[in-house]
Design a protein around this ligand. Structure first.
Ligand code: PBG
Length: 324
């Protein structure tokens, strides 16, 4: 196929042709909207570094779920800001903890929305690390039990799916067996299988008040330089019983999404994280880029790389745009 026999522009001449041969599409039901839940009543506080994203009290969730469903977004992922923090993150698995309350509220007032929960301790520990400590180290094996307890408490409150984001070794199998022993074999695990130690989480740590009080997360989250290791992480999680594999962040790791897509047949999710959102918002606020078009192009690139599911703070905006 050489010019002039083949002219690629022939198939680009108008939107009918372009739409006909479009290879990648986005749909609202592929998007997951993250929600930050805080104590109190009637609370809706905007996160300064994430314009358009709010910390909400439990009573605000019904409206939020309604807004999502209206534009076709069918799932949310919950993050909690507890009343109190302690060394072992007890608030994460408290029977009436903030996320447990939020799940029940959503199940009662908006039963059509899928409720996914982030399973991690960093929002609940006073030191801000994703597990309990042994000295200055995060104690992997002691943390597993706490994570499993947390996932179980979410399932008991009515969560549809749990998503461990802590990056402890062995947590998927620990959570799977705990859920199964308690008759929750139908609650899937969306594993943050490949989660990098990324600076793109900055605004999230403000939103969820979970920045580590000392050190960093490099001894448990992945080194941004590594891609073969991503395959090992994903293989472990598949063997341990994960139902969905997630890559996080998304845009700086499109190569990883693409590699996982080639190597695994499970559904792949990608988390378009807080910093990725904030950068688009900030540049758009200055009039430097077109927010809507950059949003759509970015999320499309994540789909094109191979993600089936995208967790994004743009979920509602993108869905609205798709609906015209
Ligand atoms: C909890 C968790 C984090 C994010 C999702 N779950 C923060 C972190 O690991 O520091 C980040 C999400 C985002 O940046 O949007 N461990």
């Amino acid at each position: 196929m050489v010019f002039p026999e083949y002219r690629p522009r022939r198939m680009r001449q108008n939107e009918n042709f372009r739409a006909m041969i479009r290879e990648t599409r986005l749909a609202p039901e592929q998007l997951v909207y993250p929600l930050f839940v805080m104590p109190g009543k009637g609370k809706k506080e905007e996160v300064p570094s994430m314009p358009g994203v709010f910390r909400l009290s439990v009573d605000q969730l019904k409206q939020e779920a309604k807004d999502c469903l209206e534009v076709g977004v069918r799932s949310v992922i919950l993050f909690g800001l507890p009343e109190k923090k302690d060394a072992v993150g007890s608030g994460a698995h408290a029977k009436n903890g903030i996320v447990q309350q939020a799940i029940k509220e959503l199940k009662n007032t908006a039963p059509d929305i899928m409720v996914i929960t982030d399973v991690c301790l960093c929002e609940y520990t006073d030191h801000g690390h994703c597990g309990c400590l042994a000295g200055k180290e995060v104690d992997n094996d002691a943390t597993l039990e706490l994570l499993a307890k947390t996932a179980l408490s979410h399932a008991q409150a009515g969560a549809d799916m749990v998503a461990p984001s802590d990056m402890m070794d062995g947590r998927v199998s620990e959570i799977r067996s705990t859920l199964d022993e308690n008759d929750f074999h139908n609650v899937p695990i969306m594993s943050y299988a490949v989660k990098y130690a990324s600076a793109f989480y900055g605004p999230f740590r403000d939103a969820a008040d979970c920045a580590p009080q000392f050190g960093d997360r490099c001894s448990y989250q992945m080194d941004p330089a590594n891609s073969r290791e991503a395959l090992r992480e994903a293989t472990l999680d598949v063997d341990e019983g994960a139902d969905i594999l997630m890559v996080k962040p998304a845009v700086a790791y499109l190569d990883i999404i693409s590699r996982l897509r080639d190597e695994f047949d499970l559904p792949i999710a990608a988390y378009h994280v807080s910093g990725e959102y904030a950068m688009i918002k900030a540049a758009a606020a200055r009039g430097w880029i077109d927010e809507q078009r950059v949003m759509a192009e970015t999320l499309l690139s994540i789909r094109r790389a191979g993600a089936d599911i995208i967790l994004t703070y743009f979920a509602k905006d993108m869905a609205r745009m798709l609906r015209g």
